[in-house]
Design a protein around this ligand. Structure first.
Ligand code: SAM
Length: 283
């Protein structure tokens, strides 16, 4: 993955950083790619690619790229004459991303301090990362800085938890069985449901033509158990919440009852998810 400010210049400077990354981080990212990406995230990429108007030959930046599902879609739309850069502060995510698509430049940095030069991208895209940014205004300023004049932006954030009912159900179970800290950890991804906050940071940065569309897609997990267990074992530890196997089992027994309404005849958990797609341009 690329480490310096010339990233995205056309000369790929891939450093063999992967061997220094703790193996458990890479394994966790591979787990994210194999479970969460097909279940929850890949169905949204078309909205971002269309929203930003990614076209053949474009230079495209994916911010909070994770394991790169959106960046890969951008690469297929931008074609051989295009160039795609993905940035994320999680080295395990980038290592997994680079295993899947080494043609993309993967840059280890946060949205608030892009290690990239001014006015180099036709399109900036970002899906389901903004709720985790420490300083959203600074991130929006950075998005504007790296866009070429006339360039376009598309960002996806989840709608509020009331509009994502399966997650509202899991949060209720966690609140009851584990407590407020665990429930709050699962509320965080849904904290930008009110569109005013993202609109305000884009306006303050100087973006023009700001629009927002609210869309529904369907999540599809192998089972509700896969989904809940991955949250308990993969997400809660990021907030220093570690449950014993017995506690996990208790939550799963309870969530089985609540989530049975989403079970298909094959046992998959299928449910609607709702997100806002913001679009804007730099004049
Ligand atoms: C839910 S994942 C979404 C990943 C990817 N966009 C996708 O659709 O699969 C959220 C990502 O935001 C990243 N992230 C968290 N804080 C960030 C920050 N300050 N700047 C950029 N990315 C950040 C995480 O490392 C993680 O990869």
């Amino acid at each position: 993955m690329v480490k310096d400010r010339d990233a995205g210049s056309g000369t790929k400077m891939v450093q063999p950083m992967e061997q220094n990354i703790p193996q458990e981080l890479v394994e966790a990212a591979r787990g994210y790619e194999s479970l969460f990406v097909p279940a929850l995230f890949e169905q949204w990429t078309k909205h971002l690619i269309d929203g930003a108007g990614v076209a053949g030959g474009n230079a495209v930046l994916d911010i909070a790229c994770g394991t790169g599902v959106l960046a890969r879609e951008a690469l297929s739309r931008a074609g051989p004459g295009g160039q795609v850069v993905g940035v994320d502060p999680a080295p395990g995510m980038l290592a997994a991303a680079n295993e899947i698509e080494p043609q993309i430049d993967w840059v280890l940095c946060g949205a608030e301090d892009l290690e990239l030069g001014d006015e180099r991208f036709d399109c900036v895209i970002s899906q389901f990362g903004m709720m985790f940014f420490q300083d959203r205004q600074r991130a929006a300023n950075e998005m504007l800085r790296v866009l070429k004049p006339g360039g376009s932006l598309a960002i996806a954030v989840w709608n509020s938890v009331e509009n994502n009912p399966a997650y509202a159900d899991i949060i209720d179970v966690l609140q009851e069985q584990v407590g407020t800290a665990a429930a709050d950890a699962l509320r965080l991804p849904y904290s930008l449901g009110n569109t005013d906050e993202v609109t305000a940071v884009l306006v303050n940065s100087g973006f023009e033509g700001i629009g927002v569309e609210t869309k529904v897609e369907h999540a599809r997990f192998p089972s509700s158990r896969h989904m809940v267990e991955a949250e308990l074992r993969g997400w809660l530890p990021l907030f220093d919440i570690f449950l014993s196997d017995d506690e996990i089992n208790d939550v799963l027994v309870e969530s089985d009852k609540t989530l049975s309404k989403y079970a298909s005849t094959t046992g998959e958990a299928i449910f609607p998810t709702c997100a806002h797609i913001f679009t804007a341009r730099k004049n």
